[in-house]
Design a protein around this ligand. Sequence first.
Ligand code: SAM
Ligand code: MD0
Ligand code: SF4
Length: 352
Amino acid sequence: MEITEIISKTEKGVRPNIDEVTELMAITDRSELDDLYAAARRVRDKEFGNRVFIYGFVYFSTYCKNNCAFCYYRRTNELPRYRKTKEEVLALSGSLEDAGVNLVDLTMGEDPKMYADGNRELIDLVKSVRDTVDIGIMLSPGALPRETFAKVKEAGADWFACYQETYNKELFCKLRLEQDYQNRIDQRVWAREAGLLTEDGMLVGMGESPRDRADAALRMGSLGCQQIRAMTFVPQAGTPMEHIVPHDSTEELKAIAVMRLLFPDRLIPATLDVEGIAGMRTRIDAGANVVTSIIPPYQELAGVAQPELNINDGHRSVDYVIEMLENMGRRVASQSEYRTFLTEREAEIKKV
Ligand code: SAM
Ligand code: MD0
Ligand code: SF4
């Protein structure tokens, strides 16, 4: 089938098969790419209008017991690491709320301290943030034991994020060394069973094929994840993948647009963590509707893929992002709009 036909039938709501999705992921022609992005924008705007959600990012512990091949914070990379105190996390969450973000994403490496005693400290942290702010809370802690999910929900989190990176098992094992493929898939299933909304994600530029990306997009959406993402791999000093030649963002932008066409009502992030603020517009123009990895300056906080980019120049700050979105004719959702969105989606996942 011609690319234009695949785009137009998908836009009309007819689900393409995996071969057709692979063709979309493999587009290289400039005018076909423009058609793909334009269709993705129409589909998004029909569903969400010009509303965009914005998420603050608090990477509260950079200690990690894992050794992912792609990650700067892998166990064997010798780095200065930090662990924020509860009081610091509460102050950061409060100031993000005051600045107008819709959600705070509490992220950590798999810090052994947060796993001790049935994840006691982690649960306590979520509870304290819940008592302090009224905005959404996402927890991105890595893999958790099954029995912890009910406690995470009970403590007041709205979302659990854990990215499979790839659904190609062989590639997964090369990336997430010493980790169990099925256990990582189960994370989102267990989280949803506990009543949490879930986010899944794929990494781009790790040696995966367009078909792998098509498979990941279809699987992430069909598993009922309400937020799905693609992020381009950024090589990190001191890691085994340090010298891999990085992709530009084209494959990520295509993945965003294809996911948008396949799953019109999902949240899809435009992350500031790959190309900084310079990459926000292209991701929004490919169909994204959430800006993530907003980080307040001068708080000694790190990003993940870009530990420092644009943080202390204030270009990843809330005010700067809001201004840029407004210049693009977009509008940041109010807190009550985001709350309503969460309530609706929570009711939906209960039906599944
Ligand atoms: N430690 C938790 C985990 O791994 O699930 C949560 C934080 S982890 C740092 C969040 C995500 O950042 C990873 O799942 C991966 O997709 C992404 N990431 C890590 N290193 C990256 C890199 N070098 N380039 C692009 N994305 C990266
Ligand atoms: C982001 N740096 O949104 C964050 C991170 C973890 N839930 C998210 C990868 O890009
Ligand atoms: Fe640890 Fe997450 Fe980095 Fe893997 S991706 S090394 S689990 S912080």
